[in-house]
Design a protein. Structure first.
Length: 258
């Protein structure tokens, strides 16, 4: 435990510096959520006329959903850094050193948390510019970011663990796409749960993505049900811890196969 913090700090800085050295990636990372919010906000703005929508503004409804979708598509690619390290031989050298395996996983999570926070701020600002209102104010926005970071932790750990198993970018991309797209549409990110088919409503109740969306929208509402928010945050925390434990164990599987 005495080595976890310094190792995590060093490895997190390494990942952040690697990101900053790719200005094109940084620009795309910031523009993509804005495009989603502008595109979906205009394309589906009249969908609130359907029964089941509790708000008349689709931008109000969509903004937390875009934040969560950004989490999925960003953290789902977290394992690409591991694969890059494998291909360059860096992973083998790190595993032969005293570096903490937990620090390697936690650094990836913290890198994703920073990325998600920046993207989330961009989405919120664009949403406000488009006329969105958040009665929950700053506390609600902070809860949305907390829920998003917990979801990002779970999916980045899952992506990292899968990277250690499949070891190729093509396989990881296929896995990430196969997982993130269905989970997005099996949630209330873009469509109110009440307007979805019954089987989707049932599945979404077990979907961590939907937990994040619901907790975020509830916290941003004028009269939040904090009990419902805390239950979902607790569920996301458990999922993040479990996936982190499993992903860290994947280091052993990787080493045994060398």
């Amino acid at each position: 435990m005495t080595t976890l913090a310094p190792h995590t700090g060093y490895l997190t800085g390494r990942l952040l510096m690697a990101t900053l050295r790719q200005p094109a990636f940084v620009v795309i990372m910031l523009i993509q959520p804005m495009i989603w919010l502008l595109l979906f906000g205009q394309l589906f703005k009249r969908i609130t006329e359907l029964p089941g929508f509790a708000t008349g503004s689709y931008i109000d409804f969509l903004t937390p959903g875009v934040v969560v979708m950004t989490v999925l598509f960003t953290s789902g690619w977290a394992g690409m850094a591991f694969i890059d390290d494998m291909e360059r031989g860096v992973m083998d050298r790190m595993l032969a050193s005293p570096v903490s395996r937990g620090a390697m996983m936690l650094a990836s999570v913290l890198n994703q948390a920073v990325t998600i926070a920046v993207q989330g701020i961009v989405v919120v600002l664009v949403g406000l510019a488009l006329g969105a209102s958040f009665p929950g104010g700053l506390p609600g926005v902070l809860v949305m970011f907390l829920a998003s970071v917990l979801l990002a932790a779970a999916f980045s750990c899952l992506s990292n663990g899968m990277a250690l198993i499949v070891r190729t970018s093509e396989s990881l991309i296929g896995f990430s796409t196969m997982l993130t797209l269905p989970l997005s549409f099996l949630s209330s990110a873009m469509m109110a749960r009440e307007a979805a088919p019954e089987w989707i409503r049932t599945v979404s109740s077990y979907n961590p993505v939907d937990w994040t969306v619901v907790a975020s929208r509830e916290a941003l509402s004028a009269d939040p049900d904090w009990g419902a928010v805390l239950v979902r945050l607790g569920g996301l925390f458990v999922v993040a811890v479990v996936t982190g434990f499993i992903a860290t164990r994947a280091f052993r599987a990787y080493q045994k196969s060398l």
